[in-house]
Each structure stands twice: as structure tokens, then as C-alpha cells.
Ligand binder design. Structure first.
Ligand SMILES: [Fe+2]
Length: 278
């Protein structure tokens, strides 16, 4: 069983949404920061990938220690090996969808893109991904401009690109339209949101948490503020799941509305989300 592999550690959440039929399991993985060099790559590309890989050996451990999360020899594997393990786990668990909340690649590089296109193309299940701040905002057919959705029995998951600490006008309009349909919505994005309800909790809980790590509902630019406000105040939005922080945190964006931040997938973190009716 992949689950018993010492590499993985899990956080589980259960989201109850009235009207949902059945139980729906999702595997949420974030910040895998994959570096790849392959046969077709240049020497320069290889050097950069190796340098970035080396840097994360230290950084991922530092994040894990700072957040009090598991870290040992099992986590000391390459970003590529970690991503392969995450995919194998997804094949084993067969969630209703695999949700990748950004920084899938350490940076947009040709070998990484070839790898991700091939491996996610081979993945047998449903998949939603958003780009992270480390990546280009458009990449082949894996992530393109526009809000992407997956529909389930009584709710919907919407992938929104907030990797530049804002959401485009078109995407905000699309989100408003989705909310008007009245179908309960779970928002998948990269950068966490900060609202009055979670602000104190954020500051207290997240080590070294500063403006870099979230979109502040008061101080972000206009398109960022509108995104935060929509997620916070619109009743159609039931939860936000994201990454970026490299530590696991769960908090309330508004009373009864959770924001769940997945930790770094390259160090074995997996967030399992169950959605069910009441
Ligand atoms: Fe990241």
C-alpha cells in the first residue's frame, strides 16, 4: 500500500454541504516544485534544474521544521520521485478528482513541461490544476486562462488562478456567474486569502507569515480584494483550498467557511478532503 509508505503524511477534512448526495473523496496535493532534466534538455537547463533541486533539499526541510511537520530520510527524495509517488498514491486511492493547487513545477522549464504533460496525460482520473507563483500562468492544456470547473452530485469545484495575488476581471466575472447559479462551490487556488475572521489566526499560526504568503482582503490591489471578498461573503462559496505556504493550516475565512492550506507535496504532504451532505 502506497499510503503506508513512510514518505506520506496526511491531513483529513470533512466538508458537510447540505444537499450533497453521497460521499466524495478528493486528493489535494500542492507545491510539488518538480525539477526535471531530460535527454532533450540543454546543459544550461540541466544545470539550472540541478541547482534548484539542490536548493529545495534545504528549503523543504526548513519549511517542515518551521511548521512542526514530519521530516526524515523518507522525505529526502527528489522532487521528481516525490511527484511520482503522489501520482501512484492517486492511482491507488482513486479519488473523485486529484486537485493540484500550484507550484506543480519549480519553474516553467521545457523538460518539466514535457514531463508534466506526459504524466498527467497518463493519469487515469479526473484532475483540476491551477498554476502557482513559480509557474507561467498558461501551460499547454493543463492550465489555460479561465475558471475551470468539475461538477459533482450537489456541488462544484472551481479552479481559479490567483497566482499573481489577483484574479483577472474575466475570471472574477465567471466566478460571480457561477455563484449566481446557486450550486455550492469549492474554490481551488494557489495563494491563501486573508480576511478579518482568519487574520489573527493566520498571524498567530503561520510561522513568518507576511504579505508574501496571502492575499489580504484589505490591502491587496482591487482585483485581489474583490476575489477575497467574493470567497468570504458569497454564500455559494463553501470552502477554499490552496497551498503556497509550505505548511498545513486550516482556518475560517468567515464563520462556518473553511480555508484549508495544503502543505508541500514534495515532502509527502497529502490533504484528503471528503465532501458529504448533512
Ligand atoms: Fe511553493
Amino acid at each position: 500500500m502506497m499510503m503506508d509508505d513512510g514518505f506520506f503524511w496526511f491531513r483529513r477534512n470533512r466538508l458537510v454541504i447540505p444537499g450533497v448526495r453521497g460521499e466524495h473523496l478528493f486528493m489535494h496535493v500542492t507545491d510539488t516544485h518538480v525539477n526535471v532534466c531530460d535527454e532533450a534538455g540543454t546543459d544550461e537547463e540541466r544545470e539550472k534544474a540541478e541547482k534548484q533541486e539542490e536548493m529545495w533539499k534545504t528549503f523543504k526541510e526548513r519549511f517542515a521544521r518551521a511548521n512542526g511537520e514530519p521530516y526524515g530520510d523518507e522525505q529526502r527524495i527528489t522532487t521528481l520521485e516525490a511527484f511520482e509517488k503522489q501520482l501512484a498514491l492517486a492511482e491507488e486511492l482513486r479519488p473523485e478528482a486529484l486537485l493540484l493547487s500550484g507550484d506543480n513545477l519549480e519553474y516553467s522549464h521545457p523538460a518539466g513541461e514535457r514531463y508534466l504533460t506526459k504524466r498527467l496525460g497518463e493519469y487515469g482520473g479526473k484532475l483540476l490544476c491551477v498554476p502557482g507563483n513559480h509557474e507561467d500562468q498558461t501551460f499547454g492544456s493543463l492550465w489555460t486562462p479561465g475558471v475551470k470547473t468539475l461538477d459533482f452530485d450537489g456541488f462544484r469545484i472551481a479552479a481559479v488562478d490567483d497566482s499573481r495575488k489577483m484574479v483577472s476581471r474575466d475570471d472574477l466575472d465567471a466566478l460571480h456567474d457561477l455563484c449566481r447559479e446557486g450550486i455550492p462551490l469549492i474554490v481551488l487556488c494557489h495563494i491563501p486569502l486573508s480576511t478579518p475572521c482568519c487574520r489573527e489566526e493566520c498571524k498567530e499560526k503561520m510561522t513568518g507569515m507576511n504579505d508574501y504568503f496571502y492575499i489580504d482582503g484589505e490591502t491587496a490591489d482591487e482585483l485581489g480584494r474583490e476575489f477575497v471578498s467574493l470567497c468570504e461573503k458569497n454564500d455559494a462559496v463553501k470552502a477554499v483550498i490552496c497551498g503556497h505556504v509550505h505548511g498545513y493550516y486550516a482556518m475560517e475565512l468567515a464563520p462556518g467557511k473553511k480555508q484549508i492550506i495544503g502543505s508541500q507535496g514534495m515532502a509527502g504532504a497529502v490533504h484528503l478532503l471528503t465532501v458529504a451532505g448533512d
